[in-house]
Ligand binder design. Structure first.
Ligand SMILES: CC1(C)S[C@@H]2[C@H](NC(=O)CCCC[C@H](NC(=O)C[NH3+])C(=O)[O-])C(=O)N2[C@H]1C(=O)[O-]
Length: 349
């Protein structure tokens, strides 16, 4: 069934609300079968007070996980990877439990502890301690293995960045290239994502970009400019940079079958319930909206930047929204309203 027209009045209202809740700025773009609609509110730089704009690049955080999952599903299509094989088959000795499979990693059911829970327990000092650091994948996995696992392999959903760090190690082992090269060759170049870059371990966002501001844990304290960092604590779990246009193109291409086989996409859409409105597949979230429409994509939270990026089942309508703040749960929750405006249209009274 055709989707209702996007509610641009409602979308603009959500972005304005975000700027009253602590985001210096917010942007959103809807691509709808060739029709482009954009909205923006607030500023992209607290020093110059420059308006934020949909041309601005930003850090996409865990939306990166969908890119990593696509590369691995392409390797499944090429018969170079089996989702139900033990990770140990490809990375012998890395993990302490041979029962952990590739599918467990991509669906956050491995039980591997998320080292960022400890790393960022104190948001600002945790960030300052790692913002210029360069980690190897193995160092990040070791940080995780210092802690007990959260569940037996496959027994429960428990979101963990560690899973997609191991996914990055699989990509490098199986392609013989860095994850940056794999993203470029397999996704960025084919889709002509001109503003999507993987620059790890460089700390700068190249080109025109929004600055991102980390909200302090102490209420009322001045936000920290978190724009420049290596994001080495995340890499294949969260270090890509992109734009609203490019992410709309990516998820639209994925859901319309342009990046993997139909069989592989079906695997990505085998859902594990997360809560009443969200399910997780393989590096892919499904969100069920109030109007009965389900949308497919991912969210992202990296210091200074919150992202929502989702598309319709057929990939014909996509929305990406960005707020240039983080560590602010009110903003993250309010951003869900951009999906309602984009896919459910005007609220019927
Ligand atoms: C599940 C999420 C929301 S968190 C996960 C991942 N981001 C991280 O793991 C970074 C967490 C620290 C970010 C930091 N928070 C703190 O320091 C809190 N003490 C902040 O807000 O800037 C990502 O991105 N995912 C989001 C996702 O997948 O949607």
């Amino acid at each position: 069934a055709a989707l209702p027209a996007p509610d641009m009045t409602g979308l603009r209202a959500v972005l304005r609300t975000l700027t009253t809740q602590g985001a210096p700025g917010a942007i959103a773009r809807i691509d709808d079968r060739g029709t482009v609609r954009t909205a923006a509110a607030g500023i992209g730089d607290r020093t110059t007070r420059r308006a934020i704009d949909n041309a601005d690049r930003f850090r996409i955080g865990s939306v990166t996980k969908s890119f990593s999952a696509v590369v691995l599903l392409q390797l499944v299509d090429a018969h170079k990877l089996d989702l139900d094989s033990s990770v140990d088959r490809y990375l012998p000795g890395l993990l302490p439990d041979k029962r952990i499979t590739v599918r467990h990693l991509l669906s956050h059911r491995s039980g591997l502890y998320d080292y960022t829970n400890s790393m960022f327990a104190n948001s600002v000092s945790g960030f300052e301690a790692v913002r210029d650091k360069v980690f190897t994948y193995r160092q990040l996995v070791q940080l995780s293995l210092k802690h007990a696992r959260t569940n037996a392999p496959g027994a429960a959903y428990s979101y963990s960045n560690t899973n997609f760090v191991v996914a990055g190690m699989l990509i490098e082992k199986l392609t013989g290239h860095s994850v940056g090269t794999a993203y470029r060759d397999r996704i960025i170049k084919p889709l002509k994502l001109r503003d999507t870059v993987y620059v790890h371990p460089d700390t700068k966002i190249p080109g025109r970009h929004a600055r991102g501001y980390l909200t302090q844990d102490r209420a009322g304290a001045k936000p920290v400019d978190a724009t420049d960092q290596t994001v080495s604590w995340a890499q294949s779990a969260g270090a890509l940079i992109s734009t609203t246009h490019d992410l709309n193109t990516f998820f639209s291409a994925l859901l319309s079958g342009k990046l993997t086989s139909t069989a592989a996409l079906t695997q990505m859409e085998r859902w594990t319930p997360v809560n009443s409105t969200t399910r997780y597949g393989l590096g892919l979230r499904r969100r069920d909206l109030s109007c009965g429409v389900s949308v497919y994509g991912h969210t992202g939270a990296v210091q200074g930047f919150y992202t929502y990026s989702f598309t319709s089942k057929d990939g014909r309508r996509s929305l990406t929204a960005l707020a240039n703040t983080s560590n602010n749960g009110t903003v993250l929750n309010t951003m869900a309203g951009t999906l309602e405006s984009a896919f459910c249209g005007k609220r019927t009274r």
